[in-house]
Design a binder for this molecule. Structure first.
Ligand SMILES: C[S@@+](CC[C@H](N)C(=O)[O-])C[C@H]1O[C@@H](n2cnc3c(N)ncnc32)[C@H](O)[C@@H]1O
Length: 260
């Protein structure tokens, strides 16, 4: 199963892209900073495009403050849910497009589903980065690009205490922060765009409840060998009784660029 097939299953299972667990995410995690950065640049005169819009959470937040809001996503079910939510909210300035912007789906060159020089702002909360290559074509002069990217974090020390089928996988490529930031800067440079600002956020996400930790550990794991809650329960309960609440690091990169 590829990533997009997994996301289709996620849409069928829980009705959208969201984290189905309760945890405490420390302040300064980047999500609010991203929202504020978008809001600083959003006006009712601007056309904004959301790359990898999921089932439309940011559409509900930002479309009422924009002239026009275009969202696209490679998962058809997410786009359908976003369309339904837009019509339920009476959002008439919204266009939602089922599209994969990756080069593989567009004859070898990334493609944003928008016309030449039609956009004032491109935003993306944890979406793909391939669209950077096509940003100059679709943006007006002075447009801004704003993205929040998850960064790999070191594995928690308690990971090794879990049964293998529940452990967080090693990230073999492990593009640590400088590598991802450098990749983004290189993509921007290839597209003749310049990084304006970038900031790294690092916050703990704390789990106190065994079943919530189970939900996080098994998120997007649809393989038959993934332990059920009943199978996993004694291991996770033992882990929490040994350590008390456990934490993951949540690291994010927030960057902006300007189209001159
Ligand atoms: C982590 S989710 C975030 C969704 C949404 N931005 C949010 O904050 O809820 C990443 C989204 O990007 C979409 N995505 C990833 N690669 C894509 C691509 N090449 N083209 C279009 N969408 C893509 C996925 O389908 C998924 O909905």
């Amino acid at each position: 199963m590829n990533y997009f097939e997994q996301l289709e299953l996620l849409a069928a299972k829980q009705g959208g892209y969201f984290y189905p667990w309760r945890s405490t995410l420390g302040e300064n995690n980047g999500e609010d900073a991203y929202t504020q950065a978008v809001e600083r640049h959003l006006t009712d005169q601007k056309v904004v495009l959301d790359a990898g819009c999921g089932h439309g959470d940011d559409m509900l937040l930002f479309a009422p403050k924009a002239l026009r809001f275009i969202g696209y996503d490679a998962v058809e079910s997410f786009v359908s849910i976003a369309r339904r939510r837009a019509s339920e909210q009476g959002l008439v300035n919204v266009e939602l497009v089922f599209c994969n912007s990756s080069p593989q789906y567009n004859g070898g060159a990334a493609r944003i589903p928008a016309a030449e020089t039609s956009l004032d702002l491109i935003i993306s909360r944890r979406g793909p980065t391939n669209w950077i290559a096509d940003a100059r074509r679709v943006c007006r002069s002075g447009a801004r690009l704003i993205q929040l990217n998850p960064l790999p974090a070191p594995q928690p020390h308690w990971n090794v205490e879990l049964p293998e089928a529940l452990r967080l996988a090693e990230n073999p490529a492990n593009p640590a922060r400088p590598a991802l930031a450098a990749q983004i800067e290189a993509s921007l440079a290839r597209a003749n765009l310049k990084l304006e600002d970038s900031q790294v956020f690092d916050a703990p996400e704390v789990f106190a409840e065994p079943e919530e930790l189970y939900r996080a550990l098994t998120f997007m794991r649809f393989e038959a060998e993934t332990p059920t809650w009943e199978e996993a329960r004694p291991h996770i309960e033992r882990l929490l009784s040994r350590h008390g609440p456990v934490e993951f690091r949540q690291r994010r990169l927030l960057w902006t660029a300007v189209v001159d």
